[in-house]
Design a protein around this ligand. Structure first.
Ligand code: APR
Length: 178
């Protein structure tokens, strides 16, 4: 595990399965239609049960870079914050801006709902094809900038599913703190 404190918030990186997290919220790497899918989205809906999808249907849509909140069904977390990451098209289509917005909007939604802790997966680096090293840098610098400007969150934890993803985030955090 990697950890540090940014302003008043603990920032942690762990390798693992985000569906096991008992943080106030877990973020989901969703699609704009909130239709569910494979990857972490599939894992969250499978483990959380149909209540999450029922709420997603009522909400209907989440634009790329935005975030919406639902309950967490049978999951140990209390809420799921669904964020729609950008599809990678080579880097010239505003992908970095949209990915940064995913993390910022998710953190804003967490604060708006009075939550103290949130876990994130590596948004966009699976099916959506965002290069891992670049995505890790965007994720951590965006979260760090947000935490320097906002107090109220106790814990932000990145839950990275495999060792390659964990290592990329660990390297990006070391670079950020250097
Ligand atoms: N816990 C944490 N991370 C996970 C888990 C899990 N249980 N399962 C998968 N991951 C990781 C993947 O290994 C990858 O590093 O989440 C990261 C993001 O990959 P995807 O889930 O493919 O998300 P993304 O690239 O943002 O693509 C989103 O895929 O599933 C569909 O509906 C989703 O259309 C949307 C698209």
């Amino acid at each position: 595990m990697d950890k540090c404190v940014i302003n008043t918030t603990r920032l942690e990186l762990v390798e693992g399965d985000i569906t096991h997290e008992a943080t106030d919220a877990i973020a989901n790497a969703a699609n704009c239609g909130l239709r569910g899918g494979g990857g972490v989205d599939g894992a969250i809906h499978n483990a959380g049960g149909p209540a999450i999808m029922a709420e997603c249907r009522r909400i209907g849509r989440c634009e790329t870079g935005d975030a919406v909140i639902t309950g967490a069904g049978d999951l140990p977390a209390k809420h799921v914050i669904h964020t729609a990451g950008p599809v990678w098209h080579g880097g010239g289509k505003g992908e970095a801006k949209a990915l940064a917005s995913c993390y910022r909007r998710s953190l804003e939604v967490a604060l708006e709902n009075g939550l103290a802790s949130i876990a994130f997966p590596s948004v966009s680096t699976g099916v959506y094809g965002y290069p891992l090293e670049e995505a890790a840098g965007v994720a951590l610098s965006t979260v760090s900038d947000f935490l320097l400007e906002h107090e109220g969150l106790e814990l932000v934890r990145f839950v990275l599913y495999d060792s390659r993803t964990y290592q990329a985030y660990s390297d990006a955090l070391a670079e950020l703190l250097a």
